[in-house]
Design a protein around this ligand. Sequence first.
Ligand SMILES: [Zn+2]
Length: 402
Amino acid sequence: MWMSRAKGLVLGSVALLASIAGSASAQVAPALDVTNSTGYTLPGGSARLVIPGPTVLATLPGGGVVPLDTQTVWKPICSNRAVMTPDDLRAMVAAHNADFADDTKVIIVDRKTKGGGAPRAGLDVVFVLGPSVPAAAIPAFAAAEAYMESQFTTDAFTLTVPVSFAPLQSGVIGGTGSSYGTASWASSRSLLVGGMDGNDTIHTSLPSGSTIPVRYSVTSTTNETRIFWTFANWKANGGTVSGNDASMQYSTNFPFDMDPSNGVTVNTISLQDVIIHETGHAMGCTSGVDFRSKDIEAMDIFRFRRTDGSGSSDFNPDTPAEFGVRPRWAVRNNPNDDVNFDDIGAAEYRFSDGSPWQASHWREQVPAIGIMDPAFSYGETFYPNFYRTSDLTLFDAIGYDR
Ligand SMILES: [Zn+2]
């Protein structure tokens, strides 16, 4: 069930103290029903909670209508200092639902103009803050929104994220729930090709039939027929689908630094960095390797073995033609630490292999490859350039034109 949010306050990020504007068009947080949810515990103890949703009709860039089987996947926010169980996530979702029971109390962070008042083009991030969000945190969401929108000015679509805070257990930063839909490979290819810009020519080399080859085990190839998409990633390619893109809950007990522009205080975590990282997962930096059983997500279309080979043992494409036929590498931790992001572009970037670091990230190393690094530390920040070339290359490949 969706609730109207027409009565909430709307704050523009450049006028946080002054602006209380009219209504916004997206929904407030849905009451997510965990009754039929399925919990997973990953190697290393991290939890996942899958909440099934309805089958919805979505559109492709050319206007075709396709059914998407939907689900919301909740996970602990990365770098948690404490292990969470699926039941912890169920409790988190219940508290998140409760925070939006009165939609007159939400605060909508949604700037409608660029600096100077010019209409803002491209990505439109909307944070819908429940009444539990501390006033001191609101500028952090506004700053994260402004930064992300400044980086993606081509594809015009709205990315909506309801946010709540709650007193979570010690060491827990919070959790994020991303909305997913499942589409056929043929529709997924149409989506990616339809969403191309001038530097995305590699997409025309994607397999043109009804399947894409994937290795879920070291020894055999599966002709995969479907792809899991985050709603945001679907829309970045010019498709449409209704509903919130993600939900987030942060802990009121966790020590956050709200403003990294003056440095990050020792023993605190930069909230702006965490917001941008977690929104990055909802945007599509996410891998089926982490918990799905023989399924891939859209980013995995660019996931290949790192080491090169030859003949039938070549799992690292070197040309667009090879990109079309080499199997994607969706094997956890085998061979160890041997998987790349590869779009046959200027650089390949190393992904985590799922153990010990979750596969929805770059490889853990120092210095970090990008903000989609799996480990985030106290006192650390990527400010002022939160996204690195690696992050922007990945997002461009999966549909965020640049
Ligand atoms: Zn992460």
